[in-house]
Design a binder for this molecule. Structure first.
Ligand SMILES: [Mn+2]
Length: 420
């Protein structure tokens, strides 16, 4: 599909390395990347923009890193001559920066750390190059306190919320100024695209009533969409996992995450966005649907026989699905996992999570000792052990983080050993 102007593909929130209750999702990611490559090539996309949360954790597994590098390398020599990757709140800037110089050789630009010393000039550049510019990009990573503080030139605010709002606004005002200066220098009326990883006011995190930890994280306050005035022809947002426009504006969009990050985010489709940018014209946005390689399904019932009946039906409707069982009745029937093991054995479904709704709804009760060990994930068990050893970390708070990272690393290598 040939085109005039410049064609970008906007995606975000890959969360590579994500596991669902200790089930590896590597196969789903392989399928996503194969589909993404196909969309890029068949639509002759010029540049790929990934707006944060590349990895699920700051210490991604080797398998997650391998997926990332293999995919980026596979674009070399294709129509997609440029890639821009920004850090999200889940990413460790240091981790992304380890390969920044190397990826630069493949025309992959990694923006993980706002460079306050240099007035954030590392976030503003022309694509595909300054010699033959087609678009100007303001690529802001997730803004932590230091970057917000520097953007505000150390002005003080009463509340965290005011600080985050004002800091974010000041940051994009600085980027806008740099972009307009660059546009004047290049002497062309180039479109300007912003990338950001934040929670914009008017966006809804999830289709479900229960928001997951992935939807609203950290010190994210609602950022008003007015921080993106029309000088930004398109705003490629990350952070919210459900694709949507912000404040009804065609040009301000969340692409959403390609995979649902848990049963509360289960959905029938995901998407990436193709955006055509041309001087003096409004951008044209086309959502491209993605096939979800594996369905996530919740089966709930007030007793075991109701749940058993639904398992048989679900097996016909969504073969191969991963299942969360929610027991919504009163009282307890002991370990749901053990009770239902034979039933799942007879199907193509996989029981990933089993829970008592009453205990989840009352998280204090969920911490009671009635739960069977099999209902805990290895991470939950380890976290409990750490809690009981809390006093040992008093001297060195970093030690706890290092121990947690080391545990995740060991866990991932064990899990991936089982998959591959
Ligand atoms: Mn995310």
């Amino acid at each position: 599909m040939s085109h005039t102007g410049y064609r970008i593909l906007h995606t975000s929130d890959w969360h590579l390395g994500n596991t669902l209750h200790d089930h590896s999702r590597i196969e789903e990611y392989r399928s996503f990347f194969a589909e993404l490559k196909k969309i890029i090539v068949s639509n002759e996309v010029d540049a790929l923009l990934v707006s944060g949360d590349i990895f699920d954790t700051g210490a991604p597994s080797n398998a997650a890193l391998e997926l990332y590098y293999s995919f980026l390398t596979s674009l070399n020599g294709s129509c997609c001559k440029n890639v821009v990757v920004t850090a999200g709140n889940h990413d460790s800037p240091a981790t992304l920066n380890t390969s920044r110089a190397l990826l630069e050789l493949l025309n992959v630009r990694v923006v993980a750390t706002p460079d306050a010393q240099n007035q954030f000039r590392n976030e503003v550049f022309a694509l595909p190059s300054e010699d033959a510019p087609q678009v100007i990009v303001c690529a802001a990573p997730y803004l932590r306190d230091a970057a917000l503080q520097a953007s505000l030139d150390n002005e003080k605010f009463e509340t965290d919320e005011q600080f985050v709002r004002a800091g974010t606004k000041a940051h994009f005002a600085k980027l806008q100024k740099l972009a307009v200066e660059l546009r004047e220098k290049l002497g062309k009326n180039l479109p300007i695209v912003a990338m950001a990883h934040l929670y914009a006011a008017g966006a809804s995190p999830s289709e479900n009533a229960d928001d997951t930890e992935y939807s609203i994280v950290g010190n994210l306050e609602n950022i008003g969409s007015e921080i993106f005035p029309p000088v930004f022809d398109y705003v490629a947002l990350g952070h919210i996992h459900r694709p949507q426009k912000v404040a009804g504006e065609e040009r301000i969009r969340y692409s959403g995450s390609p995979l649902p990050m848990g049963f509360d985010e289960a959905r029938s489709r995901s998407e990436v966005l193709i955006v055509d940018l041309e001087q003096g014209k409004a951008p044209v946005v086309r959502p491209m649907g993605l096939n979800l390689p594996r369905k996530l399904v919740t089966i709930s019932g007030t007793d075991l026989s109701e749940i058993r009946g639904k398992i048989a039906v679900q097996d016909k409707e969504t073969p191969g699905a991963w299942v969360r069982v929610r027991f919504t009745g009163a009282g307890s029937v002991g370990s749901l996992r053990q009770n239902l093991a034979d039933d799942f054995e007879r199907t193509s479904l996989e029981l990933v999570q089993a829970e008592y709704a009453a205990r989840v709804d009352n998280s204090q009760a969920a911490l009671g000792e009635e739960r069977d060990l099999s209902e805990f994930s290895p991470t939950e068990v380890f976290e409990r052990r750490l809690e009981s050893a809390e006093s040992k970390f008093d001297q060195d708070p970093d030690l706890k983080t290092r121990v947690e990272l080391a545990f995740q690393e060991i866990l991932k290598s064990v899990q991936e050993g089982m998959v591959d």
